[in-house]
Design a protein around this ligand. Structure first.
Ligand code: GTP
Ligand code: MG
Length: 171
């Protein structure tokens, strides 16, 4: 068949937000793993959609590894930024990391679509995607197409909507 267009995506966000869980869920059932552990450094993952072949740089969100992120910015054509919607205490940290990311010289002037997952929507005390969007001041992002979806990385709810949007932005 036709070779799918290849896209490199950076998966970023604080530790424990659910990045690896989400990427794992996007893989075909027989390629998914059951024991997900905190990412050390980063890991390169692949999954396909109807028209695209994604290579994902699944970065560790732990503070001590966040300085690795910027070394991969040039490689990325799109960003998936994951937020734990139940982690109200660290919403401001997520906001700071997002601002630093979007102001980086390798990101700032490029048209890179940014997909936000307001993850862990299943938890009782999680914030809505609208609320997360307000707390992160996403309305201030003027120079990049962005989209936010509520998601549940454990069941996969909300992931398809996000990936459909991303695919539309790229193709
Ligand atoms: P780092 O690799 O350390 O940056 O973390 P990460 O963002 O990759 O998070 P990871 O996927 O390892 O998930 C962290 C924890 O959150 C795990 O215990 C997951 O099972 C859990 N988790 C992920 N997504 C969800 C979700 O949507 N709902 C709930 N309730 N738990 C989730
Ligand atoms: Mg991880």
């Amino acid at each position: 068949g036709l070779k799918k267009k290849e896209v490199h995506v950076l998966c970023l966000g604080l530790d424990n937000s659910g990045k690896t869980t989400i990427i794992n869920k996007l893989k075909p059932a027989n390629a998914q793993t059951h024991d997900i552990v905190p990412t050390i450094g980063f890991s390169i993952e692949k999954f396909k959609t109807s028209s695209l072949s994604f290579t994902v740089f699944d970065m560790s969100g732990q503070g001590r590894y966040r300085n690795l992120w910027e070394h991969y910015y040039k490689e990325g054509q799109a960003i998936i930024f994951v937020i734990d919607s139940s982690d109200k205490l660290r919403m401001v940290v997520a906001k700071e990391e997002l601002e630093t990311l979007l102001n980086h010289t390798d990101i700032k002037h490029r048209r890179m679509p940014v997909l936000f997952f307001a993850n862990k929507m299943d938890l009782r005390d999680s914030l809505s995607s609208v609320k997360v969007s307000q707390l992160l001041s996403l309305e201030n992002i003027k120079d990049k197409p962005w989209h936010i979806c509520a998601s549940d990385g454990l069941t996969g709810e909300g992931l398809q909507e996000g990936v459909d949007w991303l695919q539309e932005q790229i193709t």
